[in-house]
Design a protein around this ligand. Structure first.
Ligand code: ZN
Length: 460
């Protein structure tokens, strides 16, 4: 390595400038992805795959440049890195970790993955429309193959699944996750049994009455703003799948999906994405583009969405404030429904085939199933083409339910089409972190009932 003829301060300034530039470039790819999920015409998919591949290649080249290595080499042993919690030390440590990880991947792998993921997602959408797994199977095989190659390149002889999890939840291991799932299984199993066996059954039929979509949109905007989402610095759009895409400071985009005959599905997915959006809007803009200005991990990100969706959004004080407003907006559907009956309905626990709308008790079982199945595919124990059978078998065994078709079964989530292997466990981590953060935040019910969410948001 050539010795750098600059002091550590100059080296740090340059490192941060480069990191910011990479983040800006990366945000251009994010904007393309947002467009792909919202407005891109179907015919644009092949060209979008090329755009994504070119950008991913450019980004990778910059992220793994010899200049990065030189700067990190100088800075990692400098006094700037010595105070572990200082902004420079955090940035140097994390940028170094990311650099070394990315340097293990050849550019050709990165571009191939970006191209394949765009195509695979499109085929996944079509396979769902036709309820035909066989259309998606070859692409699942491709994505599993790419993930296996990546895990092999990154793990350097260690656990390949650990290497993938590291991308989403730095420091987390397969062994820790397995132990967490074992505890959850032993606690949640009996709890679910006693709830399902109880004679107390909340009525939920009122949630399936008519909820005009235009009014749902207005109500969603109002609630998003009321809990603190800044609509001047973000958008709510409609897409096939709810997600949050942070483009940069001042631009956090959320997508929603509403159904006329289901109030809960649209509303809680909205609140979930708003939770992600609040986290992004709460990141310090002055640190944009560096680890200090980025989400700590996907599990931490998910803890914010789950906290707002479930711990706040399904609580009685929250609805003590919003229910009168809700009943005004949907008076035909809710005129004869009390606050207490509504609150019980939105908290109903019942095993179903679908993860995204699952209740809090069964949700982690859905994740456990995916954790097992994706590890089986990555290890080669389960051939991707055999996924539907293995999926249905797991659902029968773990939840006692039978998906009606592949749309309700193994095609319900798009993560594997996107090449996201090792990602699912972060949902359960999010649930667990959320519960702990919410407990640590202390009793907030009185404020919620007054419509005051700023205190909790500030604490978070
Ligand atoms: Zn989420």
């Amino acid at each position: 390595m050539p010795a750098l003829t600059m002091n550590t301060h100059e080296a740090y300034v340059e490192l941060i400038r480069i990191a910011r530039e990479q983040s800006v470039l990366s945000s251009c790819a994010d904007l393309l992805e947002w467009d792909e999920e919202t407005y891109m015409p179907r015919g644009g998919v092949a060209h979008r795959a090329e755009q994504s591949a070119v950008l991913a290649g450019m980004l990778h080249e910059r992220q793994t440049s010899p200049r990065m290595e030189d700067l990190l080499g100088l800075l990692e042993s400098s006094e700037l890195a010595s105070e572990a919690d200082s902004a420079p030390a955090v940035n140097i440590r994390e940028l170094g970790r990311l650099y070394r990880r990315r340097a293990l991947l050849p550019r050709e792998h990165v571009t191939e993955q970006a191209r394949a993921k765009t195509m695979a997602q499109q085929v996944w959408v079509e396979a769902r429309e036709e309820s035909d797994f066989s259309r998606f199977a070859p692409w699942l095989e491709t994505m599993v193959g790419l993930a296996r190659r990546e895990a092999a390149l990154l793990s350097q002889g260690g656990d390949p699944y650990d290497a993938l999890v590291e991308h989403y939840e730095p420091g987390m291991t397969t062994a820790q996750l397995s132990a967490l799932f074992t505890v959850l299984r032993s606690e949640l199993g009996p709890l679910l049994g006693s709830i399902v066996g109880s004679r107390k059954r909340p009525r939920t039929a009122m949630l399936r009455r008519e909820y005009p979509v235009d009014r749902q949109k207005l109500f969603a905007q109002a609630v998003a703003a009321a809990v603190g989402f800044d609509l001047e610095c973000g958008r709510l759009d409609v897409a096939a799948h709810p997600f949050c895409m942070a483009i940069g400071p001042g631009d956090t985009r959320l997508t929603m999906r509403y159904s006329e005959r289901s109030f809960g599905d649209g509303f809680f997915a909205m609140l979930h994405e708003v939770g992600h959006g609040l986290y992004e809007q709460g990141l310090p803009a002055e640190h944009y583009g560096t680890p200090m200005g980025s989400a700590a991990s996907l599990g931490m990100h998910e803890s914010q969405s789950r906290l707002w969706e479930n711990l706040v959004g399904r609580s009685l004080p929250f609805w003590a404030h919003f229910y009168p407003r809700l009943r005004n907006v949907f008076h035909e559907a809710l005129a004869d429904v009390t606050l207490e009956a509504f609150h019980l309905a939105i908290n109903r626990v019942e095993p179903t085939a679908l993860r995204a709308t699952a209740d809090e008790v069964t949700y982690n079982v859905h994740i456990m199933i995916r954790f097992e199945l994706e590890r089986a595919m990555l290890s080669g124990a389960l051939a991707p083409v055999d996924l539907p059978g293995a999926w249905n078998e797991a659902y029968r065994r773990e939840l006692g339910v039978e998906p009606r078709d592949v749309v309700e079964g193994c095609l319900q989530d798009g993560h594997w089409a996107e090449g996201l292997f090792g990602y699912f466990p972060t949902y359960t981590l999010g649930n667990v972190y959320a519960a702990q953060l919410f407990a640590a935040a202390g009793e907030r019910g009185e404020a919620f009932a007054r419509g005051d969410y700023a205190g909790l948001l500030a604490w978070l």
